[in-house]
Design a protein around this ligand. Structure first.
Ligand SMILES: NC(=O)C1=CN([C@@H]2O[C@H](COP(=O)(O)OP(=O)(O)OC[C@H]3O[C@@H](n4cnc5c(N)ncnc54)[C@H](O)[C@@H]3O)[C@@H](O)[C@H]2O)C=CC1
Ligand SMILES: O=C([O-])CC(=O)C(=O)O
Length: 288
């Protein structure tokens, strides 16, 4: 019996619940949203699939779930330049949800932006071990990187580490090809703008995030032990600590089983450290 709790069942949370049900990843889904009419609609719509999954809205039962997906809060629109600009709006949401689930014993997946800062905040507020707090975004950024590499006639593997935001770090050294600094910068600029094109066109990113979140849930419930780029709370890895940041993480039933330390080239290492300093500074606002 595997149970999934989803806080915030809007575009991404709702689609994630639907995919988890369709793919048969979980037996029970507990949903919550502050907007009651939407919550009721999502519950009914999921029930009408006729899939063999128990659906409830019991927020008390959320604390016993195996996986908790945090997707509640405000998304970007074309007027909001960076994900970090959502901190003021979404940190209070993370705070109230975190307090409600203090002592949670399952695996937390943080979606809400700014995702890295929220993942760090949730682990502190919920008093959840760092290995059971996974921030989602790196898989999506990596898929976007793969699309852009292809458009430049370059091959993968495409992996993005660092912040899920302006300070993302595409790992060119793992593609096995020499990519000149000018081309790296122009690819990075395209990566930074990749989601906004979708947001401007259809109101928000949905298929991309939900598909990769489902893969992450699958890695956990099926104990896949595969390495995925995820935001993890670091304790010295890559010379960083006191923040959650995108790193290659081996994911299984218990959450983050290990963080791999890859050799980065100087261009990547410099940006990884800048990303760490930037996220740490954002996270500090949480301590104020
Ligand atoms: N990490 C990633 O890769 C991605 C992150 N996001 C982020 O995920 C978040 C959600 O995005 P969408 O689903 O597009 O937004 P949405 O607006 O469709 O859904 C958010 C839901 O959260 C609910 N909500 C707000 N405050 C709440 C609270 N205190 N308790 C419970 N529910 C609450 C709202 O009623 C709404 O239904 C945003 O912050 C967005 O930036 C979105 C896509 C990808
Ligand atoms: O860009 C945004 O605001 C939503 C997001 O995190 C993504 O799709 O990567």
């Amino acid at each position: 019996m595997t149970s999934l709790a989803v806080m915030g069942v809007g575009r991404v949370g709702g689609e994630t619940a639907y995919l988890a049900a369709v793919l048969g990843l979980v037996d029970e889904i507990i949903m919550h949203d502050v907007y009651e009419p939407l919550l009721r609609a999502q519950v009914l719509d999921l029930c009408h699939t006729g899939l063999d999954v128990a659906v409830s809205t019991d927020t008390e039962a959320m604390r016993d779930a195996d996986i908790f997906v945090f997707a509640a809060g405000t998304p970007r629109n074309p007027g909001i330049r960076t994900r970090a600009d959502l901190l003021e709006a979404n940190l209070p949401v993370a705070r109230s949800c975190g307090r409600h689930l203090k002592g949670f014993e399952g695996v937390v997946i943080t979606i809400t932006n700014p995702m890295d800062a929220n993942n760090y905040a949730l682990s502190k507020l919920m008093e959840v071990d760092r290995r059971r707090c996974i921030g989602f975004g790196g898989q999506l950024d990596s898929a976007r990187f793969g699309c852009i590499l292809g458009s430049e006639n370059l091959r993968g593997p495409a992996v993005v580490l660092g912040e899920h935001g302006e300070h993302q770090v595409p790992i060119f050294s793992r593609t096995g090809q020499v990519v000149a600094p000018e081309l790296r910068e122009s690819i990075l600029t395209r990566l930074r703008g990749a989601s906004m094109e979708v947001i401007a066109g259809k109101g928000g990113t949905v298929f991309g995030p939900a598909c990769h979140i489902a893969r992450l849930i699958e890695a956990i419930v099926r104990d896949r032990r595969e390495v995925l780029p995820c935001s993890c709370i670091v304790d010295g890895e890559y010379g960083l600590s006191g923040c959650s940041i995108g790193v290659p993480a081996r994911i299984g039933r218990e959450g983050v089983l290990a963080i791999e330390e890859w050799d980065l080239d100087p261009w990547e290492a410099e940006r990884m450290h800048a990303a760490g300093a930037y996220i740490r500074d954002l996270a500090r606002r949480f301590d104020d």
